[in-house]
Design a protein around this ligand. Sequence first.
Ligand code: GLV
Ligand code: GLV
Length: 324
Amino acid sequence: MNRTRRILITEPIVPAVMEKLSARYDVTIGQRGYYNIKENLLNDLPEYDAVLCMLSNPLDGDVIKSAKRLQIIANNAVGYNNIDVDTAREAGILVANTPDVLTDATADGTFALLLAVARRIPEAERALRRGEFDGWNPTGFLGMELRGKTLGIIGMGRIGTGVARRARAFGMKIAYHNRSRADHATETELEAEYVDTVPALCRQSDIISLHCPLTAETKHLMNGKMLTNMKKTAILINAARGPVVDEAALAAALKSGIIAGAGLDVYEHEPEVHPDLPALENCVLLPHITSATDETREAMGHLAADAIIGVLEGKAAESIANLL
Ligand code: GLV
Ligand code: GLV
């Protein structure tokens, strides 16, 4: 096979995908976390023809410009805010991500997080493990019933739509905000109401769930001021990207009762978590796992690897569906 082609997989991923690429190319597997450091990418990436990278790897303009051999960047994630796509385009480097294959797992994971907050599952379980279960309690751990409540979705893409579908099965009403309106069929299916501003969506929703990409426009979209638009009884769910929420402002809002609860799968400065959050019982904190199923992580790896193989074997870009 074409062993002169050098591929960097920035950290160990599912074995079947590492084997698939190793069977064809000269593959290097980075140590977990090593390429979260820009310096290491600057030093090493110029040696490679392709990189299969993680969302924690900062492929900024400097890194991309330095990687003179690179033909393709395949991100092992659907979100690609870690990659300077414009600079890659200018340098003639293709960029791929992993849409679609993670939609159901991520929507399931988001809904698990939403239910965990609404029904106070981790808090109740922690109490039991401390030996505090003293029998059925008519007033113990009362949470939010979902039926009849409004779920406000910010970012009605594939994942947002998947979360809305699940919420409908729980009897929730759907309202949403998106840069552009969803198509008529989706609005009809979900009986979803389009709300043209984020503050208005916050005011009318019992739960807000974020599914927008991280961009200059969405950074700190949920800041201290925006949080005051939410109901005092409301819950905020973030399984998108950490910086969409001002984490310090959220911690303050959870402490002072500006909102009732939060479920976070992502953080502003991963893997750091704002120091006030772990002490608060009214938030559920997950370690960025909403797409983490066996099936989905394998499918994501194959999708990223197949884009690399397609590009290096000279396939037409139009025939590789997950190129940006
Ligand atoms: C995970 O956060 C992803 O973007 O795939
Ligand atoms: C994002 O790409 C989504 O699928 O919602």
